[in-house]
Design a protein around this ligand. Structure first.
Ligand code: EPZ
Length: 425
C-alpha cells in the first residue's frame, strides 16, 4: 500500500446500524506461527485480511510452509519446513514476526531471526522472551543484528516474567509445548488471545492449562499434529467501533463484541455516560450528546487496554471536564496528541501522563497516522469534527482494521480513501 493513501472524512454524521467485527489481529498473529509446531496441516477460520496477516503469511512461506488463504480461511501446511531463519526484510516490517521463535525452537531446537523493528510506540525489547528461552535450556546469541537460539534439548522449568508480556507469554508457551517435563510460567499475560492460543495448541495435542490466569502450566508432549480453529473476534476493533458510535452520538450494534473481553473499556465508557447494552451477539451502543471526561490508566489485561487509549482520548477531547490518561505499558504512545491539537483539542503531555481538557468542538484538519491505533483514533476524531478531515498514512490502519472505510460507510459515515489521484470507494 503506497503511503499516498489517505482517508477523507466529512464529520457530523451519526453512525447507525450494525457492524460485524472481524477475527482478532493479535490472536491470528500468534496462532499462525503456532502452526509451525505442527507436522501436519492446520486450518484457521475467521482470519482477517490485514496487511500484518499478509506479512505473517510471507514469514511462514519463507520458512518453507505452504499457505493458502481463501476468503477468511487460511490453510497452513508446515510439514515440509526447511528453513529456520527469518531475514530483516520481514522482521523489520512487523514485530510479531518474533513469534516464530518459540515454535521453531520447540520443533527444530534452532531458530535465527533478524532483530524485529521497534516502532513508533516504543523500543519493544525482547529480554523477557530470551531469558525464558535460556531457562528452558536454549543458548541465545545476539550478534550482527540477529538473534539465534539453539538447544540440544529443552527441559521444563519455572519461569517468572518480570511483567505480564503478551508476546513473551506466547513465545514461551510455544517453546515449552514439546520440552521434556513441565514448565510453569508465572506472572503470565492474561489476554483473551493467550486463551485462544492455548485452545489452538491443545487442539494439536498439547497439554497446556491456566491461560487467562497469571500461572500457565505446560506439560511437554512428543509432537503436535493437525488442527482446525476459529479465531476469536478482535476486541480492540470492537472497542474502536463502540467509541466511534459513541463520539458520533450514534446507535450501533457491534456484532461479535464479547463483553467479557471488554469489561474495563465498557466500564469506563459507561462512567463517561455512554449507554451500552449487552446483546446475545455483541453490544448495542446508544450515543449521547456529551460525555464526562474520565481518568484512565492503561494496564495489562484485564485492565484498560493500551490499544484503546488513543481512541478513548479522541472521545475525551470532546467531553465535559478534564481527564487524566496514564500510559503504563508503552513509553511513547502519545504521537496522536499533536494531531488532535491540530483539530483544536486541548491536551498536555508530561511523560507518561496526558491531561485532556474537553472542548466543545473539533475542526477538521490534515493529520497523519503514526501507528495503527493512533490512526484509528484520528479517524474517530474526524467522524465527530466539524468539516473535512484528511488522515494521511492510512497504511498503518490497514495493518489492524479490515475494510474500515467500508464498515464505516455502511454505518452512514462519509469517509473515502484517496491516493491523491482521486477518490476510491
Ligand atoms: C502485544 O504486543 C500486542 N501485539 C500489542 O498490540 C499490545 O499493545 C501489547 O501486546 C500490550 O497489550 C500483538 O499481540 C501482535 P508486550 P507485545 O510484550 O507482545 C515491553 C496493536 O496495536 N517488553 O506485552 O509486543 C514492551 O516494550 C499492538 O495491536 C519488554 O521490555 O507487548 C512494552 O513496553 C501494539 N521486554 C511492554 O513490555 C520484553 O521482552 C508490553 O509489551 C517484552 C516486552
Amino acid at each position: 500500500m503506497s503511503n499516498l493513501e489517505k482517508y477523507v472524512i466529512i464529520g457530523g454524521n451519526k453512525l447507525s446500524g450494525t457492524v460485524r467485527i472481524s477475527g482478532g489481529k493479535n490472536s491470528v498473529l500468534t496462532i499462525l506461527p503456532a502452526c509451525l509446531l505442527s507436522k501436519g496441516v492446520c486450518t484457521i477460520h475467521d482470519v482477517p485480511r490485514l496487511s500484518d496477516v499478509y506479512v505473517m503469511k510471507e514469514v511462514l512461506e519463507c520458512l518453507g510452509a505452504n499457505v493458502v488463504f481463501t476468503g477468511s480461511t487460511m490453510v497452513v501446511d508446515a510439514s515440509m519446513i526447511n528453513v529456520i531463519e527469518v531475514p530483516d526484510t520481514l522482521t523489520r516490517r512487523m514485530r510479531a514476526s518474533n513469534l516464530v521463535m518459540g515454535p521453531l525452537l520447540s520443533r527444530f531446537k534452532e531458530v535465527k531471526i533478524a532483530y524485529p523493528g521497534g516502532c513508533s510506540i516504543g523500543s519493544r525489547p525482547m529480554d523477557q522472551h530470551l531469558n525464558g528461552m535460556e531457562l528452558l535450556g536454549a543458548q541465545v546469541i545476539e550478534r550482527h543484528g540477529y538473534i539465534e537460539a539453539k538447544a540440544v534439548k529443552l527441559a521444563g522449568e519455572e519461569i517468572c516474567l518480570d511483567f505480564p508480556s503478551v508476546g513473551a507469554t506466547e513465545n514461551l508457551m510455544m517453546a515449552a509445548s514439546m520440552a521434556d517435563g513441565v514448565t510453569v510460567i508465572r506472572n503470565a499475560a492474561r489476554e483473551p488471545e493467550i486463551v485462544d492460543l492455548q485452545n489452538f495448541i491443545n487442539s494439536m495435542g498439547a497439554r497446556i492449562r491456566g491461560a487467562g490466569t497469571d500461572v500457565i502450566k505446560i506439560e511437554g508432549v512428543r509432537e503436535l499434529g493437525s488442527a482446525e480453529h476459529t479465531i476469536i473476534p478482535d476486541r480492540i476493533e470492537a472497542a474502536t467501533f463502540i467509541i466511534m458510535a459513541a463520539i458520533t452520538q450514534g446507535d450501533v450494534s457491534v456484532e461479535g463484541a464479547i463483553p467479557e473481553h471488554l469489561e474495563a473499556v465498557i466500564a469506563k465508557l459507561r462512567a463517561a455516560g455512554v449507554k451500552i447494552v449487552d446483546l446475545k451477539e455483541g453490544v448495542r451502543v446508544s450515543g449521547q450528546k456529551r460525555y464526562k471526561c474520565v481518568d484512565i490508566k492503561t494496564m495489562p489485561f484485564p485492565g484498560f487496554p493500551t490499544d484503546v487509549q488513543p481512541q478513548l482520548m479522541a472521545m475525551m477531547a470532546l467531553s465535559e471536564g478534564t481527564g487524566i490518561i496514564t500510559e503504563t505499558v508503552f513509553e511513547n504512545r502519545y504521537k496522536h496528541v499533536d494531531e488532535f491539537r491540530r483539530m483544536g483539542a486541548n491536551i498536555r503531555v508530561e511523560g507518561r501522563i496526558a491531561v485532556v481538557k474537553g472542548v466543545k468542538s473539533l475542526s477538521g484538519a490534515y493529520i497523519e497516522a503514526s501507528d495503527l491505533r493512533a490512526g484509528a483514533a484520528l479517524v474517530t476524531a474526524g467522524l465527530a469534527a466539524e468539516g473535512a478531515t484528511v488522515v494521511g498514512d492510512v497504511e498503518h490502519i490497514d495493518r489492524g482494521y479490515e475494510r474500515m472505510e467500508q464498515k464505516l460507510r455502511s454505518l452512514g459515515a462519509q469517509i473515502f480513501r484517496t491516493n491523491g489521484s482521486g477518490v476510491r470507494k
